[in-house]
Write a protein that binds this ligand. Sequence first.
Ligand code: FAD
Length: 323
Amino acid sequence: MDIFFEVPKDLKITSPSSDKLYDVVIIGAGPAGMTATVYCARKKLDTLLVTKDIGGQVIWTSGIENYMGYQYITGSELSEKFYLQIGQFPISLLKDIDICKLEVLEDKFAVSCGKSKYYSKSIIIASGKRNRELGVSGEKEFLGKGVAYCSVCDAPLFKDKTVAVIGGGNSAMTAAIDLISYVSKLYIINIMDNLQGDEVLLEKIKSSNKVEIILSSEALKINGKDKVEGITVKNRKTSEIREIYLNGVFIEVGLIPNTEFVDKVLSVNDINEIVVDCNCRTSVKGIFACGDVTSILDKQIIIACGEGAKAALSAHRYLLGVK
Ligand SMILES: Cc1cc2nc3c(=O)[nH]c(=O)nc-3n(C[C@H](O)[C@H](O)[C@H](O)COP(=O)(O)OP(=O)(O)OC[C@H]3O[C@@H](n4cnc5c(N)ncnc54)[C@H](O)[C@@H]3O)c2cc1C
């Protein structure tokens, strides 16, 4: 993804060199990776930031109300501020790169994508998560225009509106509960014959007269012109097609960690998140991980930033040889 704002000329960011042995390579420029970058640069580590995009999941959200210091800021504004902050330091940046391989060599690490390969004494992985997509038409087109993946963040934007949650597990149930207090009507659409969430969550949902649960049904497409206006749903048992008019669709069918490139190198948990200790250390010495890609329970911007700072300080200690 291109940088979506005007970049000032006085930034200190430079292009990388594949001949060099960096002190640290940071993978991912979301909140975790950009915070780690600032901390590494301030420790005067020779730092290379390699990333697919600038901002990560933050650029998918229209409004953020829970990042301290800003009562309200858009995702793109916050990403821009993070980017300008890393640009105050002499770091190397490689953008639009999808790292596909991480190697542990005898005395260094290597990350690569195609023919480009970069070497470092330590690694910080901050590659975050991506949405598990429904894969229906309208989903990508209306992201941020009625299609949302984060109820904690976006529920207040749907005050007095009609909304659907797609999914039937605990995350869908939690999203539904977040939404109930804002919306006028809430559909829960699940492909299975029942909802699989915890009983305590189901009780709360069923006690609300705003909720209509549609089971054994799949969303076929999300409809609209400039923003979401409806959804087409098919009952898998009866094949009946139903058009529902609404303003928002929350897709809660899960997030997937971006960990394909650590396969067989690092320990991951049963949902493929990188297992870290409380100092962001992974199962391999010299490789650290932070933010949503890790096994830490809560996934929020402020937490990812804090974890990014911790990973950088841990990498710095590792490079100094501190036990
Ligand atoms: C729609 C939505 C709204 C949200 N709203 C809020 C909110 O209001 N408040 C809040 O606190 N939290 C919110 N969150 C959660 C928050 O965005 C995440 O917790 C946070 O972005 C995690 O930061 P991260 O840096 O760990 O990962 P990410 O933000 O996922 O960033 C990962 C980075 O790694 C890069 N990357 C991935 N794979 C590779 C690879 N192989 N090679 C190179 N680069 C790679 C990505 O391009 C990206 O730059 C929201 C999430 C979503 C989806």
